[in-house]
Design a protein around this ligand. Structure first.
Ligand code: ADP
Ligand code: ASP
Ligand code: MG
Length: 412
């Protein structure tokens, strides 16, 4: 039987009624002759609540116990989805990550998938089971502990299953009807794209467009998975939603194809560190060991052998970063006068593969921000994106201004 992977996000399984609605959609595909692997998220809001409980109990938590707690939301929806399908006379059962077993690294709270053996689930398919409902977001480490794949990780579970089972397609059902030029909740003029290139989707996702988890796009690109984002609230036709595909399959595109943003960023500056060989390693080594995801880095020109070093990281990692820096100072590995934290910044980025062969995008971006009186604090660029750090209160304004400046509401 051909296999189809269908992933339902948090809002699509938020209530028993919505689970029923999703199950009906699964039933339609079963009736077409597919063996279906359904990946479910936790009910919307659940994972946030669980994370809140963990951080309230233990601000610098043991990540193994964090995973034990936050993975639990998916267990509930997987069981409920299987029960709902059984009520519809569709043969189904649920699988938690460890039962598959979905094997991951030991990098708790951000584990990577290593292997998905297909034997257990295929054996059930050959006995007549039609739907395997798998709890997204979770796996098991070599040490036998429960792991999670990072926020939004059910998307990655879905794509990894599609690759492992050679699925015909991986459909991501969510609360928007596809991938837009920017988050339609922030910009009313955002336009849905019928297709988007893997590379662009990868950048948009890693720069904050949470419609797909970055790693899921990476896996789809590597294994050639047909990945589609569709609405779980609208009737579906076969070419609905947005197909994430190879660059060659896209006929028309703008120089800039999308605007992404990441709201919860913090900017940290070490004032007056010694400018000597090895200083960057002495700063960023401990940050990495503390599990801080450093993003932008700026080193100022030095004066009298001392310099300022600025970096950005997600706001929820500021505590860890501060501790790592103060510990390193305590050990005498680095010295700085002061650690200044600005946790009210956001990152806004423009993305487009057309930027490879088109000059002037940066200037146009900076002009658009200037026209709105928005000050840029940090800039980084790569081949197909430009990112700036700005005051968080201007984030929405910046996104809308850039969407307008690059004419994204239409294909030019
Ligand atoms: P799910 O719970 O289904 O996984 P998410 O909340 O993780 O859903 O992702 C869907 C959300 O992503 C949308 O509601 C939308 O607000 C947001 N989003 C951000 N950027 C984009 C974009 N470029 N296109 C579509 N949605 C986007
Ligand atoms: N429930 C997890 C989260 O909210 C995983 C997911 O929904 O993809 O991050
Ligand atoms: Mg998601």
């Amino acid at each position: 039987m051909p296999v189809l992977v269908m992933k339902f996000g948090g809002t699509s399984v938020a209530t028993l009624d919505r689970i029923k609605r999703a199950a009906k959609r699964v039933g339609v595909e079963v009736a077409k002759g597919y063996d279906v692997i359904v990946i479910v998220s936790a009910m919307s809001g659940k994972t946030n609540e669980l994370v809140g409980w963990v951080t309230e109990t233990s601000p610098l938590f043991d990540a193994r116990e964090y995973d034990a707690v936050v993975s639990s939301g998916e267990n509930v929806t997987a069981g409920l989805m299987a029960l709902t399908l059984q009520e519809m006379d569709v043969p189904a059962r649920s699988w938690q990550g460890w039962q598959v077993p979905l094997k991951t690294t030991s990098a708790h709270s951000a584990a990577r998938i290593e292997e998905i053996p297909t034997g257990n689930i295929n054996a059930k398919f050959s006995e007549g089971m039609k739907v395997a409902v798998v709890a997204g977001f979770q796996g098991i480490s070599p040490e036998g502990r429960i792991t999670t794949l990072g926020r939004g990780g059910s998307d990655t579970t879905a794509v990894a299953f599609a690759a492992a089972f050679g699925a015909e397609r991986c459909d991501i059902y969510t609360d928007v009807d596809g991938v837009y030029t920017t988050d339609p909740r922030i910009c009313g003029k955002a336009r849905k794209m019928d297709k988007i290139a893997f590379e662009e989707m990868l950048e948009l996702a890693s720069l904050g467009a949470k419609v797909l988890q970055t790693r899921s796009v990476e896996l789809a690109m590597r294994y050639g998975v047909r990945l589609r984002v569709v609405s779980s609230f609208e009737e579906q036709s076969d070419n609905a939603g947005t197909l994430v595909c190879a660059e060659e399959d896209i006929m028309e595109s703008n120089v800039v194809s999308g605007v992404a943003f990441s709201r919860d960023e913090a900017k940290m500056t070490l004032i007056s560190v010694a400018d000597r060989p090895g200083i960057a390693a002495a700063i960023f080594g401990p940050l990495s060991e503390a599990g801080v995801n450093v993003d932008m880095i700026v080193q100022n020109i030095s004066e009298e052998g001392r310099t300022d070093m600025t970096f950005s990281c997600p706001t929820d990692q500021v505590l860890r970063a501060e501790k790592a820096m103060n510990d390193a100072k305590g050990r005498g590995d680095i010295n700085f006068h002061e650690l200044v934290v600005d946790d009210a910044v956001a990152k806004v980025s423009v993305v487009g593969i057309g930027m490879r062969s088109h000059a002037g995008v940066a200037a146009q971006m900076f002009k658009a921000l200037q026209d709105e009186g928005i000050n840029i604090k940090v800039i980084t660029t790569s081949e197909i994106k430009i990112s700036v750090l700005i005051d968080r209160k201007y984030m929405e304004l910046a996104v809308q201004a850039l969407h307008d400046a690059f004419g994204l509401e239409k294909v030019t």
